[in-house]
Design a protein around this ligand. Structure first.
Ligand SMILES: C[S@@+](CC[C@H](N)C(=O)[O-])C[C@H]1O[C@@H](n2cnc3c(N)ncnc32)[C@H](O)[C@@H]1O
Length: 286
């Protein structure tokens, strides 16, 4: 569903339909609880290279953790927790970054360098900011490069803050705000030069994440890219029960990209973040 920027309305996107509840087949990994901050701190995790033998029943999952699989299978419960969590978070840069607002400049500068170095041939008409929140990335990165940027977020309050945060002039170049969970978002084909997905994939079940990426692939214009920028664990996944989020490893993310039919063009790490935080990685895909 596309909603004009002036008229943000609550989510009424079509659902993908119910997930099949699957048996958990592998409990080799223990679930872990990460810190409160969504930038999060790195905790220990487990071996994960059991994915190569995925049985037919757990095709929906890349993570091999029975508790995480169980939580993700309860679609309504899974998404309502994160939605409720984000409603309570202040619509500020600090809120968007879980108290690490001071990292915003370093984050945005590094993202600009990533885009500049890699995408000299990129068309710059229209981008989509996924899990856009108040528009921190829209304002500090995407609108500096693209003529127009659409925003999508599940939280209406954050999207409504964007007008003031961006200012009228910049906001005029936001043709649409989609107040919608990414799991329910069905973009038009051949629409975006860039789909930017930063610090939001932890809220998607494996199944929905794979399906979403496959839809985004179709939504790309010629020479377009999808960029995922997010925290990665050293190995295995880490569940945060409080807001239904799961931080995945580099290995698991690459499995997900593969299953979505995407080619990984380039990946790299964010530099200069505090050591206590998760490593942050970029993936450019198409
Ligand atoms: C950590 S903030 C990141 C915001 C922004 N990407 C940034 O880097 O400043 C996560 C955002 O994702 C949104 N979000 C959480 N679950 C979502 C979902 N399923 N679909 C779309 N947005 C979601 C939250 O409302 C919040 O605004």
């Amino acid at each position: 569903m596309t909603v004009e920027a002036e008229n943000v309305v609550p989510n009424s996107c079509p659902s993908l339909g119910p997930e099949t509840k699957l048996n958990s087949t592998d409990s080799q990994q223990n679930s872990q609880t990460s810190s409160d901050s969504k930038l999060g701190s790195q905790t220990s995790s487990d071996s994960e290279h059991t994915d190569s033998s995925i049985d037919s029943e757990s095709q929906q999952f890349v993570v091999r953790n029975s508790k995480v699989q169980e939580c993700m299978s309860n679609r309504e419960g899974w998404y309502s927790k994160s939605k409720n969590y984000w409603k309570e978070v202040p619509s500020t840069v600090d809120g968007m970054l879980g108290g690490y607002g001071s990292l915003t400049q370093s984050d945005l500068l590094s993202s600009a360098q990533f885009l500049a170095k890699l995408f000299t041939g990129l068309n710059t008409e229209r981008a989509l900011d996924c899990g856009a929140g108040i528009g921190r990335v829209t304002k500090g990165l995407l609108l500096n490069i693209f003529d127009q940027v659409e925003m999508i977020d599940t939280c209406q309050e954050h999207l409504e803050s964007a007008r003031e945060y961006l200012g009228e002039k910049m906001f005029a170049r936001v043709p649409a705000q989609h107040c919608c969970g990414l799991e329910d978002f069905h973009p038009e084909p051949n629409t975006y030069d860039l789909v930017w997905i930063q610090w939001v994939i932890i809220y998607l079940s494996d199944y929905d994440f794979i399906a979403l990426l496959a839809r985004f692939k179709k939504s790309l214009k010629k020479d377009g890219y999808i960029v995922v920028k997010d925290n990665v664990t050293k190995t295995g996944c880490e569940l945060d029960d409080k807001d239904s989020s799961v931080t995945r490893s580099d290995y698991q993310l690459k499995q997900i990209f593969k299953r979505a039919g995407l080619e990984l063009i380039v990946d790299s790490y964010q530099k200069d973040f505090p050591r206590e935080l998760y490593k942050v990685k970029y993936y450019a895909l198409r």
